[in-house]
Structure formats: structure tokens, C-alpha cells
Design a protein around this ligand. Structure first.
Ligand SMILES: [Zn+2]
Length: 292
């Protein structure tokens, strides 16, 4: 599943390959890919053709491209979505969902999504300078955003009555942290994800934010994580961050810090990976974890 660094790599690719170009054609190959757009494929095309892409922006794992008519094209990669740049003569792959062609006859933008949890849609862009569409307004900034407010985040985190890992995955509190980077950051600071947020000290919270930032910056430098071969960036290259993971996916392998075999625990229909020695389970687990 693409996490923030992967989505940021895609955003940078869109900025390079798509911004400044006028959309000339739209072909929806599978209507599920635009299910969040009410009007269906014909209106989706009408909303895009003739518009110029002004910018490529990101909030958490959502991408959006403000257009020349005050609207914006939004996208979410879901579990397996890819945005690919391809010459118009490239044959369709099996999971091609949407093709945007441009009036300059340069490369197409293709949305490919095997599991179709991702999608594209059009809605009004917000006010400049951010032009943030209304449907993204509830998503918190991510820790790499220059306007991320660490002190505000830490006080909100410590007021929650939930477990740390659940809080990190809550997009209204902090965006862009998925399962993989949550496990990596928690391993770095030696915290078990089941610890109560209300029992975290300010100092430890700061350390945790620092670790999330570090993990994301390292992943960005390496082009994102490529876990399941689904994820490919806008040019079709895979990321390599999976080579340097310390916790995620390393069940029964030695902890890189202390050598203890790593454990896997069930977490929200997924798995959490941690070191039994460096990340002891809390003595008292929260009885009923709540979202807020
Ligand atoms: Zn360890």
C-alpha cells in the first residue's frame, strides 16, 4: 500500500510531467475508478477536457491538481493504484482504468489499479494559495509539511484515549503515516504501538515525531517503499526503501538493535511488527480502544 513517501514521489512526477499541459482527451476504462465523481464517465471527461493543469499538490496520501477553471482533479492510490506516464502508443495493461491524453500529443497520464480501491474525481478547488479541495479539509498536515504544528499535534495526541499506533493512523490527527512507517517509527523510539497515548510524555512524543520524520525522509531519498510489486511511481520505477526496514515484515528475524527475534501481532486486520525486548507491551492495555 503506497504510503506518504511513495505518494510524494508520484506528486513530484506529476509536477514534472503533467503540470502546464492542457487535457485533450479522457477515456474511462472502468467506471469504478471514478466512483467518487457523481456524474459518471461522460461528465468526468467534460469536466476535464480543455483544462490546463496548474499544479500538483498533496495532502497526506491524497493528490490533487488544480485546473485552469477553478476545479481540481483529485486522486487517491488506494491499495494498489499507480499513475504512469506512457507514450500514447503504449498498449493497455490488464488493470488500466483511466487514460488522460494531452493536446500537445506528448505522453499520456494513466491510472492503473489492480484492486480498484483507489480512484480519481473532480471537485472545486479551494482558495489560493493552497487551493485545497473541501473534501480534503479534514485531513491533518503530515510531519514533512512546513506548516505542520508539532506542539499542537503532541497536545492533541496526548489528549486522545487510544493506543499510539491507532492514533498515528488517524488521518485527522496526522496524515501520511501508514502501517509500515508507524511500525518503523515505533521501533526507533522503543515504543509498543499498544501503549496509551495519554501516558506518553511530551519528550517521548517529540522523539516519536522526530522518528516519523526521519523514516519518511529516508524513504523519500530512496524513492519510497516497494512492498508488493503493485506500487510503481509515475515513471514506472519501483522504490527501494524495503531494503532498509528495521521492523516491518521482519517476523522471527533478529532485531537490528538487540538481536531478539521480532514478533508479529494482529492489528486492525493487518499486522504489527515489533521487538519484544526493545518494545515491551504495556502492562495494562486499554479496554476498548476508541477512535476519538
Ligand atoms: Zn530489540
Amino acid at each position: 500500500m503506497p504510503e506518504l513517501p511513495e505518494v510524494e514521489v508520484v506528486r513530484a512526477g506529476l509536477a514534472r510531467w503533467v503540470v502546464g499541459r492542457e487535457i485533450g482527451s479522457v477515456s474511462v476504462r472502468h467506471p469504478r475508478a471514478i466512483r467518487r465523481f457523481i456524474g459518471g464517465p461522460a461528465q468526468f471527461a467534460t469536466a476535464l477536457v480543455g483544462r490546463t493543469v496548474l499544479a500538483a499538490a498533496r495532502r497526506g496520501k491524497y493528490l490533487w491538481m488544480p485546473l485552469s477553471d477553478g476545479q481540481a482533479l483529485l486522486g487517491h492510490l488506494g491499495m494498489s493504484g499507480q499513475l504512469l506516464i506512457a507514450t500514447p502508443t503504449t498498449p493497455d495493461g490488464p488493470h488500466l482504468r483511466v487514460v488522460l491524453g494531452f493536446t500537445d500529443a506528448g505522453p499520456d497520464l494513466r491510472f492503473v489499479d489492480q484492486r480498484t480501491f483507489g480512484g480519481l474525481w473532480v471537485e472545486s478547488a479551494g482558495d489560493p494559495p493552497d487551493c485545497l479541495p473541501p473534501s480534503l479539509a479534514h485531513i491533518a498536515r503530515d510531519p514533512l509539511d512546513p506548516l505542520f504544528e508539532e506542539t499542537v499535534f503532541i497536545s492533541r495526541l496526548r489528549r486522545r484515549r487510544t493506543e499510539i499506533k491507532r492514533a498515528l493512523l488517524d488521518q485527522s490527527l496526522i496524515s501520511g503515516v501508514g502501517n509500515i512507517y508507524a511500525d518503523e517509527a515505533l521501533w526507533r523510539v522503543g515504543l509498543h504501538g499498544g501503549r496509551a497515548t495519554s501516558r506518553l510524555s511530551v519528550a517521548k512524543s517529540r522523539e516519536l515525531v522526530g522518528a516519523i520524520r526521519e523514516v519518511m525522509i529516508e524513504a523519500l531519498a530512496q524513492g519510497g517503499t516497494s512492498f508488493d510489486s503493485h506500487y510503481v511511481n509515475v515513471n514506472g520505477d519501483s522504490g527501494y526503501f524495503s531494503r532498509s526496514l528495521n521492523a516491518y515484515g521482519r517476523v522471527d528475524q533478529p532485531c537490528p538493535r538487540c538481536g531478539t527475534p521480532m514478533r508479529r501481532e494482529a492489528f486492525m486486520n493487518r499486522s504489527s511488527f515489533s521487538c519484544p525486548d526493545c518494545q515491551p507491551r504495556p502492562r495494562r492495555r486499554l479496554a476498548t480502544p476508541r477512535r476519538r
